[in-house]
Design a binder for this molecule. Structure first.
Ligand code: KIV
Length: 275
């Protein structure tokens, strides 16, 4: 197979159309989460295609056990911080739990607030058939929507566990149907979280829009990870799908310990570090 071209050389701004083009060309899409200005700038400078302001901020930024407590105002705060840093990547923002499930008008208001107040490029919603009315209403206002199927963390209390989803035929069939519904409604992409690799491959081949996997194997159109997990800032969360590219927690501890030692031994600041 011919090696796909690398988007970093070709696109000065990633749009939903570029992602579609990447799928057609067979170029994989690289997506990571970010929640603040400084990290988002590093990601964008590194050439990431999509920055997801995920509601995983609830876990890794705020220390909650689930993604449920984070509010729309908090998501807007994170998203606007990210937006001020990013010039190239597409910025997608999660609609938090409780801001779109009630009815489609409420969903539209939530999505409009995110777009207006943060300057992001798109929103993401968890679920299929049960939220399709909200998806359509948001799309009708010209707001790009990304779907999210499989292990949808906002439904953790329904699932009861974070184990792999859609291993049984009924759930797998529903997931395929939901993917088609999201595509037909006009979503520009779908996140597939923690499902069997062969199911993710099937969905990716059946729909024309990009499918981004997390714990869904490599036969999808791209990958997403939570930044704090892949950098090793979080240490307790170790699912099989997670590749840690760094052990930042230990590195930071090393630097902080050295700083504390220097302060206590009056080794910092030295003569060149004072006025
Ligand atoms: O909130 C998040 O970080 C996400 C990713 C895990 C896909 O939705």
């Amino acid at each position: 197979m011919q090696k796909a071209k690398d988007s970093r050389q070709f696109y000065s701004k990633i749009t939903t159309h570029v992602l579609q083009e990447m799928k057609l060309k067979g170029e994989k899409i690289a997506m990571l989460t970010a929640y603040d200005f400084s990290m988002a700038r590093i990601l964008d400078d590194s050439g990431i295609d999509v920055v997801l302001v995920g509601d995983s901020a609830s876990n890794v930024m705020a220390g909650h056990k689930t993604t449920l407590p984070i509010t729309l105002d908090e998501m807007i705060y994170h998203a606007s911080s990210v937006q001020r840093a990013v010039t190239r990547a597409l910025i997608v923002v999660d609609l938090p739990f409780g801001t779109y499930q009630g009815n489609s008008i409420e969903a539209l208001h939530s999505a409009i607030r995110i777009m207006k107040e943060s300057g992001a490029n798109a929103i993401k919603i968890e679920g299929g058939e049960e939220v399709i009315g909200s998806v359509k209403r948001i799309l009708s206002a010209g707001i790009p929507v990304m779907g999210h199927l499989g292990l949808t963390p906002q439904a953790i209390h329904k699932f009861g566990t974070y184990v792999v989803r859609a291993t049984e035929k009924d759930e797998a069939d529903k997931l395929v149907r939901d993917a088609h519904l999201l595509e037909e409604a006009g979503c520009f992409g779908i996140v597939l979280e923690k499902i069997p690799a062969n199911l993710a491959e099937l969905v990716t081949n059946e729909v024309k829009i990009p499918c981004i996997g997390i714990g869904a194997g490599n036969k999808v159109d791209g990958q997403v990870l939570v930044l704090h997990d892949m950098l090793g800032i979080t240490t307790k969360f170790s699912p099989r799908f997670l590749r840690r590219y760094h052990n930042l927690s230990e590195e930071i501890k090393g630097s902080v310990t050295a700083y504390i030692d220097d302060v206590k031994s009056v080794n910092f600041p030295n003569e060149r570090e004072q006025y």
